[in-house]
Design a protein around this ligand. Structure first.
Ligand code: FE
Ligand code: FE
Ligand code: ZN
Length: 277
């Protein structure tokens, strides 16, 4: 069975997200750990989480994906900004332990003119401060489109970060189809080639989740504007090859397309229909 879901609003709590996911035939979902602007997180609602965990088990949900606020910059030139990223992620990871064994995705950050060597060193330092042997959450680096000075637009940059992390079993990668396309990887005409490169540089065993998005812009545009499935430059045919690829088909696929719930329901139906059981 295909593991698929979409980004849902955490505002109403976990049971509400679980019910919404089930209603659109999803068996996973993604949520922001807090307001994406990075403000203070609401207190955890323990009964809500307990009810959700039971609901998720009964309905055979698979691994969930939490997303860090995208405004955090762990490799900022400003110490205060870096400290804020670290403390926010530390708090997020502590909360994630109430939903044990799931995934926490973050944007590696922007080096803002310091250069990628400095940026990568700062990200590694943050991760080595943050990760603990005890955590059950796997932290994922997201592949980025390469807007501005974003780190993570190439597999090589992600590899350099991975190489510096001490707790290797706590770190993985989330591949965003819009981002890798916008970064220049030809997942439309040469998916096998891109995946061999991923295997060679990062290792496909590191890949734990896929953000499934079409792109409003042509390959290599470095723009990062998500389109609905089949309504962008990647297209439904290429997306069907991605979800059915023998090296990818077992992964959780999370939609981050411009949709409300009914639009997500349509995309999930379309993709489940395109998935070869
Ligand atoms: Fe993201
Ligand atoms: Fe993404
Ligand atoms: Zn994006």
């Amino acid at each position: 069975m295909m593991n698929i879901g979409c980004h849902l609003s955490v505002a109403k709590g976990f049971m509400a997200m679980g019910r919404d996911a089930l209603a659109i035939n999803a068996n996973t979902f993604q949520f922001f750990t807090r307001n994406p602007r990075g403000s203070k997180a609401k207190d955890l609602n323990r009964p809500d989480i307990a009810a959700f965990l039971e609901f998720a088990a009964e309905n055979h949900f698979t691994t969930l994906l939490a997303h860090a606020p995208y405004t955090l910059n762990p490799c900022s030139a400003d110490q205060k900004t870096r400290d804020f990223a670290l403390e926010t992620m530390r708090d997020d990871l502590a909360r994630m332990e109430f939903l044990p064994g799931n995934l926490y995705n973050f944007h590696p950050g922007s080096h803002v003119g310091q250069g990628e060597d400095v940026g990568i060193a700062l990200i590694i330092a943050q991760l080595n401060t943050l990760l603990t042997q005890q955590q059950t959450t796997t932290v994922l680096l997201e592949t980025m489109a390469g807007k501005g000075s974003e780190i993570g637009r190439s597999f090589q940059e992600l590899r350099r970060i991975l190489d510096g992390v001490v707790l290797q079993e706590k770190i993985g990668v989330c591949l965003d189809t819009c981002h890798v396309h916008d970064a220049g990887y030809d997942i439309v005409n040469d998916l096998d080639g891109v995946l061999s490169e991923f295997e060679e540089i990062i290792g496909l065993d590191r890949l734990r989740a896929i953000h499934l998005n079409d792109s409003m812009n042509p390959r290599g545009s470095r723009k990062d504007r998500h389109a609905r499935i089949g309504h962008g430059h990647i297209g439904l045919e290429a997306i069907s090859r991605i979800i059915n690829h023998p090296r990818l088909r077992h992964l959780p696929f999370l939609l981050e397309t411009p949709n409300e719930l009914p639009g997500y329901a349509e995309e999930i139906a379309l993709l489940r229909g395109a998935y070869r059981e």
